[in-house]
Design a protein around this ligand. Structure first.
Ligand code: CP
Length: 305
């Protein structure tokens, strides 16, 4: 895959080799390579939806590499409040920067933005659809622990219906034909089309309604928050809220050495006491957002090849 000048919208646009290139580049960056590769570059962060990790790590990644950041977090101070369309906003911002990082609540908004922009657009999350750079850092974090991504078995726990990080990561792991386990109450289960697609790509999959039911070993348990903001019916949310919680006892009952990951933010699905366990790598995972986003920014701007 050619990265220079390309937008990063969906894992579905990518091949395994491109994912391996990002992991390899992030590793080089983490070891101190490609310093100053964003000097003279301006990154615009257009966040129409709340974020801590993604926005801060893109900003931090840019500045550590010598670039500058402009942008907004929430549209209150922008002309969106006067009725300006997404397309006009993006066309305008395109003239002020070298790359646009966008988060938007509407599925497909990042794709639309990339069609309107004259600079590469990076999808930082569009509704319940995709969050590709989260997937890059998830894969990078796994690759630091497990050499061969095709051999690991990841169990996904939580909101598999609305969780865009799950949708992106499961598809990416299917490119490696990795086996996967999906654990969720029925109304939060993986969308059928995605499950079918993953199976057709060659991944062995299993589904369970509760963590205590699983009868296979796991290398990684990938926990997700219930995406309250995406429920149309709050009564439906109340029915599933708090139905799973990972505690030190839960972790001890799983495969020895299992790594606990979470894209964060968490609400109450992982007990804070798990944080001190060696199994917990979710804050390390969040911090890997820096080298991974440095790698992707350098690749799309052509300062890393
Ligand atoms: N993981 C993630 O996307 O976190 P934020 O919503 O804080 O950016």
């Amino acid at each position: 895959m050619k990265f220079k000048g390309q937008s990063i919208i969906s894992i579905r646009d990518m091949e395994k080799e491109a994912l391996l290139k990002i992991i390899e580049t992030a590793d080089a960056v983490k070891r101190g390579g490609h310093k100053g590769c964003l000097e003279g570059k301006v990154v615009s962060t257009a966040f129409f939806e709340p974020s801590t990790r993604t926005r801060f790590s893109f900003a931090s990644a840019t500045q550590y590499m010598g670039g500058k950041v402009i942008g907004f977090a929430g549209t209150a101070s922008t002309s969106v409040t006067k009725g300006e369309s997404l397309v006009d906003t993006i066309k305008t911002i395109s003239g002020y920067c070298d790359v646009i990082v966008i988060r938007h609540p509407v599925e497909g908004a990042a794709r639309l933005a990339s069609e309107a922009a004259t600079v590469p657009v990076i999808n930082a999350g569009d509704g319940a659809n995709q969050h590709p750079t989260q997937t890059f850092l998830d894969l990078f974090t796994m690759s630091e622990r497990f050499r061969d991504l095709s051999k690991i078995r990841v169990g996904f726990l939580g909101d598999l219906k609305y969780g865009r990080t799950v949708h992106s990561l499961a598809y990416a792991l299917a490119l490696f034909r990795a086996p996967m386990v999906f654990i969720a109450p029925e109304i939060l289960s993986m969308p059928g089309y995605l499950l079918e697609e993953i199976r057709e790509m060659g991944s062995e999959t299993r589904q369970f309604e509760a963590l205590c039911d699983i009868d296979v070993s796991l290398d990684v348990l990938y926990v997700t928050r219930i995406q309250k903001e995406r429920f149309g019916d709050m009564q439906e949310y109340e029915r599933v809220a708090g139905t799973y919680r990972v505690t030190p006892e839960t972790v001890r009952a799983l495969t020895e050495g299992v790594r606990i990951m979470h894209p964060l933010p968490r609400v109450d699905e992982i007990d804070v006491e798990v944080d001190a366990m060696e199994n917990a790598i979710y804050f390390e995972q969040a911090h890997n957002g820096i080298p991974v986003r440095q790698a992707i920014l350098g690749l799309v701007m052509g300062t890393i090849s």
